[in-house]
Write a protein that binds this ligand. Structure first.
Ligand code: 5AD
Ligand code: SF4
Length: 447
C-alpha cells in the first residue's frame, strides 16, 4: 500500500493496523473494499479522506498505544472535518460507543463482526454523516467475498475460522471475537486458487484455534482434511497455519503435516505455562506432561520440526516453583523461538478477579530470565542449521546494502549476500548456512 502520485480529486485512504495476523488480514479486506469504492492508498494519514485504525486489546500495552493514536486523530479531524475516521477491531468491539464518547472524532466504529459489511456501512455513513457504532457480535459471517489488497506479493494470509470458544481465563479474545465459526472448504480453496493465479506461493491459514476448524460441520479431522486439500492445489508451495491449541492438536493433523509436501514443518503450539496448576487455573485443558507428550509425538512424525510457542509469565498466583516449571519446559523442548508475554489483566476475564496478582517487578524479572534462556535455545537451534542447505523464499533486500533476506520453510530469517546476482521477491533460493545468531542465520546462495 505505497504512496502513489496523487491526483487532487482522487479520494484517498490510510489504514493503521495493530495486533495479530488476523487483524492484518482484516485490514487487507478493508483495503480491498475501499479500493472497490475508488479510494487510493496513502501511508500518511494527514489529508486522507478515510482513516481506519484496526485495533487490538489482547494486552493493556497495545490498548494504551492505540488510544494514543486515536487521540492524535482529533487534530486531524479539526484540520480536515470532512475526513471519515473509522475505528475497527477488538478494542472497538470491547469498548463500543464508550470509545466514541471519549474520542468524539471517531465517526464510524466497527466491531469485529462487520468486516465484510464495511463498504456498505461507509456508504451509509457518507449519506447522512451521523456517527455510529456497530457492535453486535451475533452476526456470524464466515464466507469471504470480494478481494483483499495484500501487503505481500507472494505470501497470503487466509482466515479459515473466526472466534474462539476456549475461554482461557486470562484472554479477552472470546469476548471480542465471538463464537467459533469456520469458512467452508470450498470458499477457502477458491480464495487460494485465485491468489495462486495472482502469483501467491505461500499461504498461512489463520484462526484463533485452527485445530477446531470445521467442528460445527460435524466433520471428523476437518482441519487435517483441509491441510491435505490445500496441499493438492497446484501452484501452492508453502502452507503454514496458526494458532494451534495443544489440547486440540490431533495425531491426524501431525500426520498430515508429515505427509503433505507443501505443509511446512513448523508447529506453533502455545503452552502458556509449564505449571499444571497454573494451566488448570488458565482453563487450558492440558497438563505439563500432556504438553510434553504432544511435543514427543510431533518429533516422532516430523523429526526436523521447528517448534515455536507463546508463554505468559506472572499469571495470578504464579509462584517461583510454578515459574520453574515453565523454565523446565523451555529447557526440555528447545523451541526455535518463543513469544513471551507479561500477564496483563483484562477486565471482564475470570483471571482479572483472581487473588494474588503478581507484582510487576516480579513479572519483569521472570520475563528477563525466561528470555535469556530462550535466546540461548534460539541460538542453539539456529546453530543446528550450520552446514545445511535451506530453501528460502526471498522477501527483499535487507537494510544493509547487497544483502537479501527471506525465510526458510520453518520460518527462520535467512540473510545472504547478493554477490552481483539478481533476485526477485518470492523467488526460491537455496542458501548454505554458515553463521547462526539468536534472531537469524546467514549463508551463501547456491546457483
Ligand atoms: N496477558 C498476557 N498475554 C496474553 N495473551 C493472551 N492474553 C493475554 C494476557 N491477558 C498471549 C497468549 C496468547 C497470545 C496471542 O497472547 O500467550 O497465546
Ligand atoms: Fe485466547 Fe485461549 Fe482462545 Fe487463544 S485459545 S484466543 S489464548 S481464549
Amino acid at each position: 500500500m505505497q504512496d502513489i502520485m496523487q491526483d487532487k480529486n482522487e479520494k484517498t485512504y490510510c489504514l493503521i493496523n495493530y495486533g495479530c495476523q488476523m487483524n492484518e488480514s482484516d485490514t487487507e479486506h478493508y483495503a480491498g473494499q475501499l479500493e472497490e469504492l475508488g479510494y487510493k492508498p496513502v501511508s500518511d494519514y494527514h489529508g486522507a479522506d478515510v482513516i481506519l485504525v484496526n485495533t487490538c486489546c489482547v494486552r493493556e500495552s497495545a490498548e494504551k498505544k492505540i488510544a494514543g493514536k486515536i487521540g492524535e486523530l482529533k487534530a486531524e479531524k479539526k484540520r480536515n472535518p470532512e475526513c471519515v475516521i473509522c475505528v475497527a477491531g477488538c478494542m472497538a468491539q470491547k469498548d463500543g460507543d464508550k470509545l466514541q464518547k471519549k474520542h468524539p472524532q471517531v465517526d464510524l466504529l466497527l466491531g469485529t463482526a462487520y468486516v465484510n459489511d464495511f463498504k456498505q456501512l461507509l456508504l451509509d455513513y457518507l449519506a447522512d454523516r451521523k456517527g455510529i457504532a456497530y457492535t453486535d457480535l451475533t452476526i456470524h459471517q464466515s464466507e469471504f467475498e470480494g478481494h483483499r489488497v495484500r501487503q505481500s506479493s507472494f505470501a497470503a494470509w487466509i482466515p479459515i475460522m473466526y472466534g474462539c470458544n476456549n475461554f482461557c481465563t486470562y484472554c479477552i479474545v472470546p469476548y471480542v471475537r465471538g463464537r467459533e465459526r469456520s469458512r467452508s472448504m470450498e470458499n477457502i480453496v477458491e480464495e487460494i486458487e485465485a491468489a495462486v493465479k495472482e502469483g501467491y506461493k505461500e499461504f498461512t491459514l489463520l484462526g484463533q484455534n485452527v485445530n477446531s476448524y470445521g467442528k460445527e460441520f460435524g466433520e471428523k479431522d476437518a482441519f487435517a482434511n483441509l491441510l491435505r486439500r490445500v496441499n493438492d492445489i497446484p501452484g501452492v508451495e508453502r502452507i503454514h497455519y496458526m494458532t494451534s491449541h495443544p489440547r486440540d492438536m490431533s495425531e491426524e493433523v501431525i500426520k498430515a503435516v508429515a505427509e503433505c509436501e507443501h505443509v511446512c514443518e513448523n508447529f506453533h503450539v502455545p503452552f502458556q505455562s509449564g505449571s499444571s496448576e497454573i494451566l488448570r487455573r488458565m482453563n487450558r485443558g492440558y497438563t505439563k506432561e500432556k504438553y510434553l507428550d504432544l511435543i514427543k509425538l510431533i518429533r516422532q512424525y516430523v523429526p526436523d520440526a521447528a517448534i515455536t510457542t507463546d508463554i505468559i509469565v506472572g499469571f495470578p498466583g504464579e509462584t517461583e516453583e510454578d515459574f520453574a516449571e515453565t523454565m523446565d519446559v523451555v529447557a526440555k523442548v528447545g523451541f526455535t523461538s518463543a513469544f513471551t508475554f507479561i500477564y496483563s489483566k483484562r477486565s471482564g476475564t475470570p483471571a482479572a478477579k483472581m487473588d494474588n496478582q503478581v507484582p510487576l517487578p516480579v513479572k519483569k524479572e521472570r520475563l528477563n530470565r525466561l528470555m535469556a534462556l530462550q535466546n540461548e535455545n534460539s541460538l542453539r537451534e539456529h546453530e543446528k542449521l550450520i552446514g545445511k542447505t535451506v530453501e528460502v523464499l526471498a522477501e527483499g533486500p535487507s537494510k544493509q546494502d547487497d544483502v537479501w533476506t527471506g525465510r526458510s520453510r520453518t520460518g527462520v530469517l535467512v540473510l545472504w549476500p547478493v554477490e552481483g546476482k539478481e533476485y526477485a521477491v518470492g523467488q526460491k533460493v537455496n542458501v548454505v548456512i554458515d553463521t547462526a545468531q539468536t534472531w537469524l542465520v546467514k549463508g551463501k546462495a547456491l546457483d
